[in-house]
Design a protein around this ligand. Structure first.
Ligand code: LIP
Length: 266
């Protein structure tokens, strides 16, 4: 498998970090601070888990760069950068909803989702014991078993996952788009963790996922898992996924869903 050494590092550290997050959840979780809004929160567990990941990567891959949600970015000299969300689905984690993940990806090139090439990624949900992994050209796996997107379906039969911004004015607009889409699809799911939303498309638990205002660490690993499982993962038009927009689905459904989302004013 290509990049197997990078994947082994990502998976080992993500599992270790996931075990720490699970322990902290069991001990009780409190908000440490808020960020872009009063509901965009960070916990001490987020910070502690990212420190574990950052220290482990510095030891294993001292020449690589780092870009994490809680402690920022540091350039390396190797041309590789580790993109880290220590606890994706922070609100689920705070409330004790067992649907959150450690997301670790390694990319080549600038740490910019518009231009990077993802080489390997691991998404670990410690509460469920599920580990999603992928390498570029090597396929996607759930607990070591190969996974693939669901077969093509019409829009009317599609189970579509999405998420919403932390900013209330953006949420109003997103709500209007969902109101227009809901009558046209099988159903909507809002599960609260972008990395797992992408992995669920990869293993056929949903047919599609889209969201706006994601950070690079939210989708770096999950997007690679989805692509390696046969999904199209894209931005609007011919752009790459970014904060502006990300859509992941079986290729035929992607075209139909994007067209409808644009019509609804996504
Ligand atoms: C979350 C994403 C989720 C999105 C939330 C938030 P966080 O990331 O995983 O998909 O809808 O607004 O951005 O903040 O828990 O790392």
């Amino acid at each position: 498998m290509p990049h197997s050494d990078l994947l082994a590092t990502a998976q080992r550290i993500a599992l270790e970090a996931g075990a720490l997050a699970l322990r902290r959840r069991a001990e009780g979780v409190e908000v440490a601070a808020s960020k872009s809004s009063s509901v965009d929160i960070v916990t001490e567990a987020d910070r502690e888990t990212e420190k574990l990941i950052r220290d482990a990567l510095a030891s294993a891959r001292p020449n690589d760069g780092f870009f994490g949600e809680e402690s920022g970015a540091e350039r390396g000299t190797s041309g590789l950068t580790w993109i880290v969300d220590p606890i994706d689905g922070t609100v689920n984690f705070l409330y004790g909803i067992p649907h959150y993940a450690v997301s670790i990806a390694v990319v080549e090139g600038e740490p910019d989702p518009l231009t990077w090439s993802a080489l390997a990624g691991a998404v670990v949900n410690p509460a469920s014991g599920e580990t999603f992994t992928a390498t570029a050209g090597g396929g996607a796996f759930l607990n070591g078993e190969r996974i693939h997107v669901a077969p093509p379906v019409d829009l009317s039969e599609a189970l579509v996952a999405t998420g919403f911004a932390y900013a209330s004015e953006e949420r109003s607009r997103q709500g209007r788009v969902i109101a227009g889409l809901l009558p046209q699809v099988r159903d909507i799911r809002r599960m609260g963790t972008a990395s797992l939303d992408l992995c669920f498309v990869a293993c056929g638990r949903t047919n599609a996922y889209f969201e706006r205002t994601l950070s690079p660490w939210d989708h770096a690993a999950g997007a690679l898992v989805a692509i390696e499982a046969g999904a199209t993962v894209k931005g609007l038009g011919d752009r790459a996924p970014s904060r502006d927009f990300i859509l992941a689905a079986e290729p035929k459904l992607t075209v139909r869903l994007e067209r409808e989302l644009v019509r609804l004013g996504i």
